[in-house]
Design a protein around this ligand. Sequence first.
Ligand code: SPV
Ligand code: MG
Length: 291
Amino acid sequence: MKKTSMLKHLIGTQNLEFLMEAHNGLSAKVVEETGFKGIWASGLTISASMGVRDNNEASWTQVLDVLEFMSDATSIPILLDGDTGYGNFNNARRLVKKLEQRHIAGVCIEDKLFPKTNSFINGSAQPLADIDEFSGKIKAMKDAQQDDDFSVIARVEAFITGWGLQEALRRSEAYYEAGADAILIHSKRSDVTEIEAFMKEWNGRLPVVIVPTKYYSVPTNRFHELGVSVVIWANHNLRASLDAMQNISKQIFMDQSLIHAENKVATVDEIFRLQGAEELQEAELKYLPSA
Ligand code: SPV
Ligand code: MG
């Protein structure tokens, strides 16, 4: 099955499905090996892994280069966090073209302004996109895709910016009319009340995707009861590796030795395995002249 069809299927089934964050080829491989059916290419973690802010400081083609490695390294679908689409409808539809060329299965765009700011940084002060302009962007992206199964997901930031349920519903309806394949409704509350209210009123008109980074203590079964289609675990590989890197750097710095480090890190052989070193050895036997 094509990656686009796999993602479309994940979004459309009655089951609750999960996407796990990755930010480079290696983390994408880990997500696939673990058993996840899809990958969230997070704007926050791709930018953080490059050492820059989640404010479109990395250019869209730099993000595309990372995605190419992620896509080449894996066989499960990738959903790109496409921020605001990196410009107007024209930039966003060109993005779709370049994503399809790299076998990225879908993209999510959020109804804010370029350059974006992460939703958890002073969210209430962030301006929303004009509803008609954003709808036109979705239409242009859907018209641009060559593969019918490519997904365009509209992310509604009305709760993040403090506009509330009616605005969230009004926008979701407009993005649905514009041709979005799913709605990502985002909330920065630590409880699930906004998501509950939205799910009740939305009533399944399009599949719904959520990102429970802030309401992490809500049992996953509750999302299922509410009729959510896809849950995104949005940043946990980056956060886990950051913690591990800080700890091991500190340890080696203090000890000026590897003596307490060796048993706390992955083996070099494990890295070779993930890189597929064995395949190259076999290929060398086959293709290089024998000595
Ligand atoms: C991301 O992972 O970059 C997201 C999710 O957009 S959030 O950080 O919650 O906005
Ligand atoms: Mg993001």
